[in-house]
Design a protein around this ligand. Sequence first.
Ligand code: SAH
Length: 312
Amino acid sequence: MPNPSVVVNQAVQTPSVAEAAAILAAAGRLRVAKQVIRLAGQPGAVTVAIAQAEQEYTGRQGQLYLVGIGPGSLSQITPAAKRAIVQADAVIGYDLYIDQIRPLCPPGQIVEPWPITQERQRAERAIALAEWGLTVAVVSSGDCGIYGMAGLVLEQLQATGWDGETPAVEVYPGISALQAAAARVGAPLMHDFCAISLSDLLTPWHVILTRLEAAARADFVVALYNPKSKTRIHQIETAQQILRQHRPADTPVAVVKSAYRPEETVYITTLADLLKVPIDMLTVVLVGNHSTRQHGVWMITPRGYALAAPKE
Ligand code: SAH
C-alpha cells in the first residue's frame, strides 16, 4: 500500500483500509492518497482514498449469446437469433459473417470483425467484454454448435474457472450447412445421417479415416464439411474411395456450394463422378445411402428403409 499506517495496524490489524479497499474495488491505480476528514465539532473521522478503474464501471452482469446465423441469407436466420444480435452491446465474428448480419446491427453497437484464423482470440475477446458487463453476441455461420464458435467459447470459459452462471450464456441455434444443402436438393437426410469434417487441422487424420470407414459401413447418409481447401486436396479423394468401397458407383451425391448465398451452386452427381465437380471450402457434400435415389434435380432418401438395406 502506498501509505501504510502503524497506528491503523495496531487498531485493526491491517496497515491500510481506505487505500487497500479502493485499489481492490477498482482493480486500478490509486489516484488520490488517503485523506482523513474531520468535521469541526463532530466526534470521529472518515478516511477517503480514490482509485481509478482501468475500465469504465458498468454495474451490469455480462451475457454471452452464442448465435448461429444460418447458411448465408438473412431470410434463413431465426427470429430469436436476430433479436439476440439486435439486443447485444457487442457483436464478434469472422468478418464474412459480420458482413452478412451488418444490416441488423443498430447504430452505436460495437461490431468487431475478425480474420478467419483467430478463433481462440475471438472467444477470449468475447469473454473479456462479457466479464466487463456487456452483452456480447458471438456469431457463427450455420449452427454455432456445429463446427462453430459455441464450443470454443464454452471450452475457454471452462478453462478459466467459469461457475456456469456468470457471465450468463445463451445458445441460439441456426440452420446448419447440411440442412440448407439438403433443402436445395429435396430430402437426402430423410434417414439416419452423420456429419464428418475433412479438416485435419484440429482432428488427427487417422480419426477422420476411422469415422469415414464406420459411417460408410453403417450406411449413414454422410455430410462432408470442410471438404477441400487450396492446400487440402487429397482428403476428399480418400473419402470418396472409402465410401466407394461400401456403396455403389451410382450412389447419388449432392455438392452444394454457398447455399442461400447469391453465388450458390448445386450439383447432383454420383459417388463415382464426385471428383469431377468443383469442390472448395464453401461447399458441403451430401452422400446418399443404399436407398437414396436421384429423380431429375431431386435427391430422395426414402423414410422406409427395410427393403433397400444393403446386403450383408
Ligand atoms: N457452423 C457451420 C459450419 C462451419 S464449418 C454450420 O453449421 O453450417 C465450415 C464448413 O461448413 C464449410 O467448409 C462448408 O463445408 C460448410 N458450409 C458452411 N456454410 C455453407 C453454405 N452456405 N453452403 C455450403 N456449405 C457451407
